[in-house]
Design a protein around this ligand. Structure first.
Ligand SMILES: Cc1cc2nc3c(=O)[nH]c(=O)nc-3n(C[C@H](O)[C@H](O)[C@H](O)COP(=O)(O)OP(=O)(O)OC[C@H]3O[C@@H](n4cnc5c(N)ncnc54)[C@H](O)[C@@H]3O)c2cc1C
Length: 472
């Protein structure tokens, strides 16, 4: 086969999949003297399950003790909290209240508390009915008690993989987008990956292909798991709903799902969801009338006033569930291959723990890890797109220094021309309007881009001028 990527010598490691897991692995490998290539079939990073989830930074209190998921979630959650603080990824420690609505659920609370302790999470504590209603006065009637999990937090799921990718690219990782891996053949000590853009060669391959991780695993002779996509639909409520709650309101989970929750978002909205429905297509991210109806019914019970609020949007994400309860994460020295697949419903929180584990497994399997000379070792500082800290339009000093930060383009989300310009010139720039939304929030508000769509599109089109003219 003829290599399509002639400028690339065979890589030491090719990572397939640039979701939150693949980008976390790329930034973790970037500190070592290795040639790393990160490829994704999509035109941007973080466009798979990583862009459409519930955006909770879980503590891991409810994981199954003793599983790999429990271990990597506890570790990853701590790593991500520290990373987010350094990188400017929006995180709010709202805490969660896990509410019991039936006597059976109330009876389950002590065992959930015990389970949290077995997972090493000691912050959990029971909350009586009176205290529950004084903390969340808009909670629906009939709650029988709750557990408080003070460290459950909300996070920006879009800035997270972008920060990882930005750090990786800055340290020398080669990011190739629009490249789908379709097969593999062995060529001496190299893997030759057939892709939709030609052949890519690498000594080691890491499979972080999310919903495609079983297909990639089969290319390497695996076949130990099959992805069974489980769709989760969610509803985003207008910012006027935000004062209705303080904490994340969790249900008592079942064996199959964590259930429907109500949570604030770091952008100042309220999220209701997700559903849990097995679907046959890995691309089936449609929202459905029955799914949304069932969410509204659940929402009405948990927080009745929510029913009076405006809906801003609805979306669905697909969990990469498999026939196994645990993550499918392992390295195979003989095949110079590692798999980080089947990461069902906690991969955002666990991403840095998974990456640390995969890199250690690669080292054990024979990949030589020498520090990269001159590696800065500090996360990039990302543009802040949350509500809890000061945004550019609120910052008189920033506007005085650069008036583009005072020029609002998206009025619903108060996104300025300066922020859009910066995103378009960033090391991992957006490929389309969706990418610009995830980097700036432009078009994400209650008008969903009706008013700013044309202006934002013009700025995006201007950035694509071949001579590299900037948008300013
Ligand atoms: C409804 C829902 C709610 C969730 N809530 C939370 C939450 O609150 N907190 C939390 O921590 N987690 C949550 N999760 C889970 C979390 O979103 C996932 O575990 C995580 O995003 C998985 O990341 P990933 O990188 O493995 O997969 P993805 O983000 O799907 O990335 C995989 C990438 O691989 C690429 N790819 C696939 N096949 C190929 C190929 N052959 N060649 C090249 N590229 C390929 C895809 O294009 C994709 O970009 C939720 C998930 C869902 C669906």
């Amino acid at each position: 086969m003829t290599p399509y990527f002639p400028e690339l010598a065979p890589a030491d490691v090719v990572i397939v999949g640039a979701g939150v897991v693949g980008t976390a692995i790329a930034r973790t490998l970037a500190r070592y003297a290795l040639d790393v290539v990160l490829v994704d079939a999509a035109s941007d990073v973080g466009t798979g399950t990583s862009k459409a989830n519930t955006a909770i930074l879980h503590t891991g209190f409810d994981a199954k003790p003793g599983t790999l998921e429990s271990r990597l979630l506890t570790r990853g959650s701590a790593l991500l909290r520290a990373y987010a603080a350094a990188a400017g990824i929006p995180v709010e420690r709202t805490g969660a209240l896990l509410v019991a609505w039936t006597p059976e659920q109330a009876a389950a609370l002590p065992s959930i508390e015990q389970n949290a302790r077995r997972n090493g999470y000691l912050g959990v504590r029971p909350v009586g009915v009176n205290s529950l209603y004084s903390r969340e006065p808009r909670l629906g009637p009939g709650a029988l008690g709750a557990l408080e999990i003070p460290d459950e937090s909300i996070i920006c799921p879009w800035t997270t993989p972008l920060a990882f990718a930005t750090e990786a690219v800055g340290a020398g990782v080669s990011l190739r987008l629009g490249v789908r891996v379709t097969g593999v053949t062995a060529a001496g000590d190299l893997h030759e990956l057939a892709t939709t853009r030609g052949v890519l060669r690498g000594r080691w391959v890491v499979n972080a292909a999310g919903l495609g991780s079983d297909a990639v695993d089969r290319m390497f002779g695996g076949g130990g798991f099959t992805i069974r996509p489980r769709r989760g639909e969610l509803i985003v409520f207008d910012k006027l709903a935000r004062p209705l709650l303080r904490s994340i309101l969790l249900p008592v989970p079942t064996a199959r799902t964590k259930g429907v929750l109500v949570a604030p978002t770091v952008y100042g909205n309220v999220l209701l969801g997700p559903t849990a429905e097995d679907v046959s297509e890995v691309g089936d991210t449609a929202t459905t009338a029955p799914g949304l109806r069932s969410l509204l019914a659940a929402g009405r019970r948990i927080l009745p006033a929510l029913a009076e609020e405006e809906v801003t949007s609805a979306y669905a994400g697909l969990r990469a569930a498999t026939e196994h309860a645990d993550y499918q994460v392992y390295a195979e020295p003989g095949r110079r291959y590692a798999c980080a697949g089947g990461i069902r419903s906690t991969g955002l929180s666990a991403s840095l723990g998974i990456a640390e584990h995969v890199v250690a497994a690669l080292a054990d399997a024979g990949l030589s890890l020498r520090p990269r000379p001159g590696f800065a070792g500090s996360p990039p500082v990302m543009p802040y797109i949350g509500e809890a800290c000061v945004r550019p339009y609120q910052d008189a000093k920033q506007i005085a220094a650069d008036p583009a930060y005072g020029e609002i383009v998206c009025h619903c989300e108060r996104v300025t021309r300066g922020e859009i310009r910066d995103a378009l010139a960033s090391p991992v720039p957006p490929a389309d309007l969706g990418g610009l939304r995830r980097r700036t929030r432009a078009g994400n508000g209650r008008c969903q881009g009706f008013y700013c769509g044309a202006a934002v599109s013009r700025l995006l089109a201007g950035a694509r001028v071949p001579d590299g003219a900037s948008v300013s």
